[in-house]
Design a protein around this ligand. Structure first.
Ligand code: BGC
Length: 761
């Protein structure tokens, strides 16, 4: 293709309008006379779902490797591995002639009830952003574009096509946008997919602030914004709002609306050209990548198995795992052992190249050990006691029972939310009955997001969270159970004790078309930590077959400037007898801040591989943002002078080392004082204090006099006057003293404000 500007110059208005809406379900409109090919897109995110009939939305797709879904990927905490997975995804996309893969999804897990959480990484934007960026970089390093989705505030499936998210500015910036921001600035995806829902009453597909002010201008996103499939309501409004490409097509009425709007002057030709330019850039980049070379299915299956292992989280183990090789008889219970639940329902559903059956994989590794199977629970929501009875009888006759428990699709999928966090009634009864009959019972879970386990966990010896583990997950489970691989996954989301403990419980799912994010910044561990609420399994937690010791934590400086950041090191030693991997996590706790902050926040992590007895030094760099928070008053990220704890740990609840440092802010911030500022705010503001302090002293003296003398003032009205006055606006205090003032209270405050603003920042 020749250069983009020259193509744009040669395009007719009709061609431009047509390019901005897809030609079919999965491709953009080609312009053959100018040699512009179609751009082919496919889901996404954890495999290539490329339909055999590209003209149909829901047709059977070509087979491709089904990797583990996002919940599992985030629990690997392994950015290098994510890069490798991204490359593998790109190889498959190239083989299938796909230019852009629709993923990854990086919406925050606001509530574990979101049915689509299996496609999202975490409740933490730092972790989600890092994992997403790595996947994107991996894909794009092999010439396939990523489409980071769903931008933004698509944190529930309930009414996802219409609901309006009502979110305060600080929570948007620090939680919901932060993960996207990191992934976009670091990963530089070719495309971003807008969400279906509204934000503050405006569809995300038409949201100028979201798509233009923030995404394109503030963050410098240079790619194209594509709609979620069917998210556009008004094509012209969407173009004005920054949405470049509408999918799917064809939609002739939309094309005609754009043509009319340009002709009658309601849509500027420059806005249309900008969308065309962004689309052509991606079309050209995709066209540069050679397509059609076959990928190695076996190699990718092996990679999928490795990733599945790394994402598995050992939630409980009283010593039964790894299983002993000399076992003679194992009971294998649960449908998921023979019909694995390895991916979620909806647009991400992959037609796998092969599927590892957990039972067969166990058999392969179990050698001469006898395996006896019982179904345990049905595929529907019927309660079948006879299946439990059979399972108990099989379990009693064996030395160990392995229970494969998968959360059924009717409880969790794209398109609808969960109504509770429980396993099915039958599964709970099954686990309890088998656990009571067999003293060596292990539960293996397949689900997409946190569940509650309190009712049954005491009945079993071990629990392995295997997630939606991808097509190779069956083998990965066997690897972990038999200790071929030491588990090293750590939770990217908190497992609560009960649903009513979850942060959004009182605000989800919303009503009258709106969902208010009333819990604000406090989602996930930010909430449980700050509120000091017990959880079942904390964020960052995961067991191992070995143990790790942390020592020699250091910081590069005890006092440092925000712009310089801080380097943290810590030695980690494998103190057990088998090799293993540890995820070292660094959280930052601010001692004092003008605005409320979560007790601590994740700001760095690293995964280290250690042989028994081996020690490695982990180095992590904390930048300006590690200490900053978004201040809606200043409308920017700010740092404040003061002490911070650097908390280094094995999970959010298992902090092993602490270093206290002093930050010196180098920011020059304007004063926020205004006509309504309180006495305390005047005194807390350094410039305000300089101007106001002499007057304050006079006011205090005057007040006590007017109340009848210093000593009696408080007693006369039974109140501590000074305490009360501190949080009154200066203006109101002056109003009480008006008779004694040389000017009106408004004039006095205005004059003080003027003096403050004249002082240097
Ligand atoms: C989903 C997207 C997906 C698209 C295309 C939508 O319903 O929300 O994640 O990429 O369909 O299948």
């Amino acid at each position: 293709m020749s250069d983009i500007e020259s193509i744009i110059r040669q395009m007719t208005l009709e061609e431009k309008a047509a390019l901005c809406t897809g030609e079919g379900p999965w491709a953009t409109t080609p312009i053959s006379r100018l040699s512009v090919p179609p751009l082919v897109m496919s889901d996404g995110p954890h495999g290539v779902r490329h339909p055999i009939d590209i003209d149909k939305i829901g047709s059977l797709s070509h087979s491709a490797t089904c990797f583990p879904t996002a919940s599992s990927l985030a629990c690997t905490w392994d950015v290098a591995l994510m890069h490798e997975m991204g490359q593998a995804l790109a190889e498959e996309a190239n083989a299938l002639d796909v230019g852009v893969l629709l993923g990854p999804g990086n919406n925050m897990k606001r509530t574990p009830l979101c049915g689509r959480n299996f496609e999202y990484f975490s409740e933490d934007p730092y972790l989600g952003g890092e994992i997403a960026a790595s996947l994107i970089e991996g894909m794009q390093s092999r010439g396939v574009g990523a489409s980071l989705k769903h931008f933004a505030f698509n944190n529930q499936e309930y009414q996802r096509f219409s609901i309006s998210a009502e979110v305060d500015e600080r929570s948007m910036r620090e939680i919901y946008l932060a993960g996207f921001e990191k992934a976009i600035k670091k990963g530089k995806p070719w495309t971003v997919m807008c969400a279906y829902n509204k934000l503050h009453g405006t569809y995300c597909s038409e949201h100028y602030w979201l798509l233009v002010d923030i995404l394109k201008e503030e963050w410098g996103f240079e790619g194209l914004v594509v709609s979620d499939w069917g998210a556009v309501h008004d094509r012209v409004a969407a173009l004005k709002g920054g949405l470049d490409l509408e999918m799917p097509g064809p939609k002739e009425s939309r094309v005609q609306a754009v043509i009319r709007a340009v002709r009658d002057g309601t849509l500027s030709g420059t806005v249309l050209d900008e969308a065309v330019r962004r689309i052509l850039k991606v079309v050209c980049k995709a066209a540069e990548t050679p397509k059609g070379e076959a990928f190695d299915q076996q190699t990718h299956h092996i990679l999928a198995r490795k990733i599945a292992v790394e994402g598995m989280v050992l939630l409980k183990n009283n010593g039964i795992l790894p299983l002993k090789r000399e076992l003679k008889h194992i009971a294998v219970i649960g449908r998921a052992a023979k019909s694995p639940h390895y991916q979620g329902g909806g647009s991400s559903h992959i037609n796998p190249t092969m599927v590892a059956i957990p039972f067969e994989e166990l058999q392969r590794q179990a050698g001469d050990t006898q395996l006896t199977y019982a179904e345990g629970y049905p595929s529907d929501d019927q309660f079948r006691q006879e299946l439990i009875d059979q399972a108990v009888s099989v379990a009693s006759g064996a030395e160990v029972a392995l229970l494969y428990i998968a959360l059924p699709t009717y409880k969790e999928s794209e398109g609808y939310d969960r109504t509770d966090l429980d396993l099915t009634e039958q599964q709970i009864a099954l686990i309890k009955a088998v656990g009571d009959a067999q003293p060596n019972t292990v539960v293996i879970l397949n689900n997409g997001s946190a569940i509650v386990v309190g009712e049954w966990i005491q009945h079993v010896n071990a629990v392995l969270e295997a997630w939606m583990m991808g097509q190779a997950g069956g083998g990965a489970i066997a690897d972990v159970l038999f200790g071929k691989v030491n588990p090293s996954g750590k939770l990217a989301e908190t497992f609560p004790v009960k649903l009513s403990d979850t942060p959004a419980y009182l605000h989800y799912p919303g009503e009258n078309g709106k969902v208010t994010y009333g819990e604000g910044l406090f989602i996930g561990y930010r909430y449980y930590d700050t509120k000091q609420l017990p959880v079942q399994f904390p964020f960052g937690y995961g067991g191992s077959y070995t143990t790790f010791a942390y020592s020699n934590a250091t910081v590069s400086a005890n006092t440092f400037k925000d712009a310089d950041g801080l380097t943290v090191t810590v030695d980690v030693t494998n103190t057990g007898s088998v090799a293993g991997k540890e995820v070292v996590q660094v959280y930052v706790h601010d001692h004092k801040s003008a605005l409320i902050r979560p007790y601590k926040e994740l700001k760095g992590f690293a995964k280290v591989d250690l042989q028994p007895g081996e020690t490695k030094t982990v180095t992590l760099v904390l930048d300006f943002r590690a200490f900053a928070y978004y201040h809606p008053g200043y409308r920017q990220w700010i740092t404040e002078d003061g002490e911070f704890d650097i908390l280094i740990g094995a999970s959010s609840a298992d902090i092993r080392c602490k270093q206290t440092v002093v930050l010196q802010s180098t920011q020059q911030l304007p004063s926020l004082l205004n006509q309504e500022s309180t006495i305390r705010e005047w005194l807390d503001d350094p410039r305000g204090k300089a101007i106001f302090a002499p007057m304050f002293e006079r006011m205090v003296a005057g007040m006590s006099q007017s109340m009848g003398g210093e000593t009696d003032a408080d007693e006369m009205i039974g109140i501590d006057i000074m305490t009360m006055v501190m949080d009154m606006p200066l203006l109101n205090v002056l109003n009480f003293q008006e008779a004694a003032l040389p000017a009106t209270p408004e004039q006095i405050v205005s004059s003080l404000l003027q003096q403050v603003h004249q002082l240097p920042e």
